[in-house]
Design a binder for this molecule. Structure first.
Ligand SMILES: [Zn+2]
Ligand SMILES: [Zn+2]
Length: 298
């Protein structure tokens, strides 16, 4: 089912995009290396995994067009059986890419914790449910920092969420969505891009990687309609890389104009190349649409 025209666009691999960014912005080497490892691991897991069974799933189209995302209506299909595979791929990558997480990963990859239903699997469910109390209690019990624990868990959940979101997006008709958050998982975008005739704006989900169309003069965070279009700025003559700002809610949205680019950047890693714009926007008093591990500078 062809519901949008991004499917005609071919995006580069994570690594190719990272290499291109680093050639122009060598200062970003370390942060790129960390997240290339992470995003490639997500792809490895997706490629290895059996397809999700979407048969029998139904959504309420009325609620959907009113702004209820798919995962708000349909909880994730049970993933308990996939926890060992996910942890086997992710733990070494996390320990290598984020050296400060080494001690947390060491404790979390305890065989009993990984294998038991009320261990790692239960904690991953707590992440999806947003149950911070349960997460903190388990972190205390394991003797790890709540922040590190939650970060590692989020990276274990991510590949499952991403692959299931893809399956959901292919299964359902997502037309009629008008929100600035993701129609599949409800998260805010990490980045936007302008593509196609007239430069239509696509938002890229920070959590599941889904792309959806969103009207260009509207702020995705607060819905404010900037009749003359949202204002933007850029750095170092890099006009195709912009931070669009909203004067009403003081949020900014990083955006890449990919119309003139022969190789379309991979949108998972592309926002890391825009860190100089994050810094500038935050210096100007704006906040990111969503906090990401690489855009918080405190
Ligand atoms: Zn999403
Ligand atoms: Zn706004």
């Amino acid at each position: 089912m062809l519901t949008n025209d991004t499917q005609e666009l071919v995006f580069q691999s994570v690594r190719k995009t990272a290499t291109a960014i680093e050639a122009e912005k060598p200062d970003l080497h370390d942060v790129l290396t960390s997240f290339v490892g992470l995003f490639e691991a997500f792809e490895t897991i997706e490629a290895q995994s059996a397809p999700w069974d979407m048969s029998g799933l139904e959504m309420d189209k009325n609620q959907f067009v009113q702004g209820k995302s798919l995962l708000e209506m349909l909880p994730l299909t049970d993933f308990a059986s996939r926890v060992p595979q996910v942890s086997e791929v992710m733990f070494p990558v996390l320990a290598k890419s984020f050296s400060t997480l080494g001690p947390v990963v060491d404790i979390m990859q305890d065989k009993e914790f990984v294998a038991s239903e009320d261990g790692l699997y239960a904690s991953m469910c707590h992440v999806l449910e947003g149950d911070e109390q349960a997460l903190e209690a388990t972190a205390r019990e394991k003797g790890v920092t709540p922040y590190g624990f939650a970060f590692v868990l989020a990276q274990l959940v991510a590949p499952l969420l991403r692959s299931q979101s893809k399956a959901l997006a292919a299964h359902f008709d997502l037309s009629g969505w008008t929100q600035g958050y993701c129609p599949v998982c409800g998260s805010m975008p990490s980045v936007a891009y302008l593509a196609g005739e007239g430069g239509k704006r696509w938002l890229h989900c920070s959590t599941c990687g889904h792309d959806w169309r969103f009207r260009r003069q509207i702020c995705p965070a607060c819905g404010d309609n900037a009749a003359k279009g949202l204002e933007y700025f850029y750095v170092d003559d890099r006009l195709h890389e912009r931070a669009y700002v909203c004067h009403t809610c003081k949020k900014y949205l990083l955006t890449i104009d990919i119309r003139e680019m022969a190789a379309k950047p991979n949108m998972n890693i592309a926002p890391i190349g825009l860190i100089p714009l994050d810094i500038k926007a935050q210096q100007e008093g704006y906040e990111p649409l969503t906090a990401l591990p690489w855009n918080s500078f405190e």
